[in-house]
Ligand binder design. Structure first.
Ligand SMILES: [Zn+2]
Length: 251
């Protein structure tokens, strides 16, 4: 947890980066930081997150009640509070609509294939939560089963949410998700995906524990053991998911 002053400046800076990178348009997205056990600093509603001043941010308690701020809090505050309640290790949440990852979410496709080694080390897999109406408790409910295990989640027909021990790491995960989505999209354009072998994924799991420590919660990508890499082309990519997931290694 960091000081209110530092956190205000950090959220404004991250809002600018999300906007510059095209991860949000108009008044999209929201960013928050946990200030204390019972307070969260969060972006306001109806405002571009690329054009905020530190004084535009709002402080709410863990029930979403406003404690401080001239503006109204984001309507997606319920999602942020759910994540803080379920994950004591999380101190920052970033929600955006980066176009490629949101495209996967709108196509009903998770980013859960073992395609890129760095993504396996950094995030594991990125699951897809079912659709929930923004600004209603339904949105948080769709995320609830995924929050304990994952650090980045695609939200069907909506966007992406990422979170971490600090704002920098939560934001970096958003960049990783969008970058990986672009790579995955390229494999779809090429019409072929060559998954990493199970044993290679295992080595990355070991490396991940070394680099990320025990705080990292996201499971690894689905391990495909029924086909050879050469056979793992476009048509075979939607296969085992939750059954295999439940047996996967966790760090
Ligand atoms: Zn949204």
């Amino acid at each position: 947890m960091s000081s209110e002053h530092k956190s205000r400046k950090a959220i404004v800076e991250i809002g600018g980066r999300l906007h510059e990178r095209g991860f949000i348009a108009a008044c999209d997205g929201n960013v928050s930081v946990r200030l204390s056990r019972n307070s969260v600093l969060v972006t306001p509603t109806a405002m571009s997150k690329g054009m905020m001043k530190p004084s535009d941010l709002v402080i709410v308690d863990m029930t979403g009640r406003k404690l401080k701020g001239r503006r109204e809090v984001t309507s997606e505050i319920g999602m942020h509070l759910l994540i803080y309640r379920m994950r004591p290790d999380v101190n920052a949440v970033v929600h955006a609509h980066p176009p490629t990852a949101t495209g996967f979410a709108a196509a009903g496709m998770a980013l859960d294939q073992p395609l890129v080694c760095e993504v396996i080390i950094g995030l594991g897999q990125i699951p897809l939560a079912p659709y929930g109406t923004p600004g209603t408790p339904e949105l948080a409910e769709t995320l609830e089963p995924l929050v304990p295990q994952y650090d980045a989640v695609l939200m069907a027909n909506h966007g992406v949410v990422t979170y971490g021990g600090d704002l920098q790491s939560a934001y970096m995960k958003m960049e990783t998700v969008e970058h990986f989505a672009r790579i995955a999209l390229t494999t779809h354009i090429l019409g072929r995906q060559q998954y990493l072998e199970d044993e290679e994924v295992d080595k990355l799991v070991a490396a991940r524990q070394k680099y990320m420590g025990v705080n990292s919660a996201a499971p690894m990508p689905v391990q495909y053991s029924t086909s050879t890499p050469a056979a793992r082309t476009k048509g075979s990519r939607h296969s085992e998911s939750s059954d295999v997931l439940s047996t996967l290694l966790r760090s």
